[in-house]
Design a protein around this ligand. Structure first.
Ligand SMILES: NC(=O)c1ccc[n+]([C@@H]2O[C@H](COP(=O)([O-])OP(=O)(O)OC[C@H]3O[C@@H](n4cnc5c(N)ncnc54)[C@H](O)[C@@H]3O)[C@@H](O)[C@H]2O)c1
Ligand SMILES: O=C(O)C(=O)C[C@]1(C(=O)O)C=C[C@@H](O)C=C1
Length: 365
């Protein structure tokens, strides 16, 4: 691993990268346009503030908003003529295009794009976590003159922080993230805007479905204006198809209101939508490389008492089953929480049997 690594922009992603790299034994230097943010990053264990005597970085990671990424990369290439420089912005073509205008041609081979496909709906270093990238894809985006060494280094870094490197060019990356990240953000936000109207009593009925589909509606508007603006064509294309489909659904519903008779095709249109959605959702890999079918989720009822969740996890370990993912559903006033436990599908029967024998109440997800 290269060391030291200089992180420019110590927010959620820069902070998480620093924490993960430090855990891997890398010497991390931090820098942010906001001195207060950089100081907080140091206190949170992201890295150290560089001093005049600090060694030059071998690798620079630019983790600032997309609109300033190209100029910060260009500056880093000029400041440290021997360093490799990568950015982690959520869009790759505009950063590369910006850099082609700004950077000296001889510096460009030391630049490589990157994009960890991990994040949170909250911003800032205070939300940073060392394990953010665990098990997530990390897109490595070389351009035509990127040094092979830069590809090797960024892939190595991705692996070191627990993620799975995937190499793509900038265009393919931007088309892919329009589908898997940018349109989902728009649709989640759109959905959440419909919640401004209903009464508090109505919202009190909200179940897990609404929570699942609106989590990312809490994202930072400033960041997303930049991301969507920088990938406008690809996002717009997917949204055109969504709008046409939405119109079909609306028409089917209008027809159904006054017409219970078969033959209009309206019920079929709705059924097709849900069935196609079923097919779509099954295509999302559960964990990198594996289909969702590789994992099963069981739901365990956990009494709302101190220590019960810890006991459940300990007993799953004692049974010898590896936990792949855990989500806790708990609301104030409920006497039990629901632990959604994802495990290797082949271990589901064993775990259900053993937990039930130990007195846990288990349901299928
Ligand atoms: N949030 C996500 O889920 C996510 C995931 C993957 C990649 N990204 C990308 O990572 C980058 C950072 O996003 P974030 O979520 O960490 O945002 P953030 O707002 O949490 O952090 C951005 C940091 O950059 C700093 N900054 C802004 N301008 C700067 C400049 N000119 N010089 C130095 N520092 C500067 C800010 O002060 C802030 O600390 C973005 O390019 C984003 O597209 C975000
Ligand atoms: O989990 C989340 O909060 C995210 O939305 C993270 C997410 C994503 O869409 O997967 C968002 C934007 C980033 O560029 C990468 C990751």
């Amino acid at each position: 691993m290269p060391s030291p690594v200089r992180i420019i922009g110590t927010g959620l992603i820069g902070g998480s990268l620093g924490m993960a790299l430090r855990r891997a034994g890398v010497d991390v230097q931090v820098e942010d346009v906001s001195p207060g943010t950089a100081a907080l990053a140091v206190e949170l264990g992201v890295g150290e503030l560089p001093t005049t005597g600090s060694r030059s970085p071998e690798l620079v990671l630019v983790a600032a908003p997309p609109d300033v990424a190209a100029s910060l990369v260009d500056r880093a290439l000029r400041r440290w003529p021997d360093a490799l420089v990568a950015d982690v912005a959520s869009v790759k073509t505009t950063v590369l295009e910006g850099l082609r205008l700004l950077a000296r041609e001889e510096d460009l081979p030391r630049y490589i794009g990157g994009h960890p496909m991990a994040g949170r709906e909250v911003s800032g270093v205070i939300a940073a976590r060392a394990d953010l990238f665990q098990g997530r894809p990390f897109v490595v985006v070389p351009h035509e003159s990127t040094l092979p060494d830069a590809v090797t280094v960024l892939k190595g870094l991705a692996t070191e922080i627990g993620s799975v490197p995937i190499t793509m060019d900038a265009g393919a990356h931007d088309t892919a993230v329009a589908h898997v990240s940018h349109v989902p953000q728009v649709l989640s936000s759109l959905l959440a805007t419909t919640l401004l109207e209903p009464s508090e009593q109505a919202l009190g009925l909200a179940g897990q479905g609404l929570r699942d589909t609106t989590r990312i509606a809490d994202s930072d508007p400033r960041l997303w204006v930049e991301i969507l603006g920088a990938n406008a064509a690809a996002v717009g294309e997917v949204l055109t198809a969504v709008a046409a489909r939405l119109e079909q659904v609306r028409e089917a519903l209008t027809t159904l209101q006054g017409d219970p008779d078969p033959g209009t095709g309206s019920r079929r249109a709705l059924a097709d939508l849900i069935a196609e959605g079923n097919r779509g959702v099954r295509r999302i890999p559960g964990k990198h490389g594996g289909g969702t079918d590789a994992f099963s989720t069981i739901v365990v009822l956990v009494p709302d008492r101190p220590g019960e969740l810890a006991r459940l996890l300990t007993e799953i370990g004692q049974i010898g089953v590896n936990l792949e993912d855990l989500r806790l559903e708990h609301e104030l006033g409920r006497e039990v929480g629901l632990a959604h436990v994802a495990i290797d599908a082949t271990r589901e029967d064993l775990l259900t049997r053993e937990l039930t024998a130990r007195g846990w109440r288990v349901a299928e997800a």
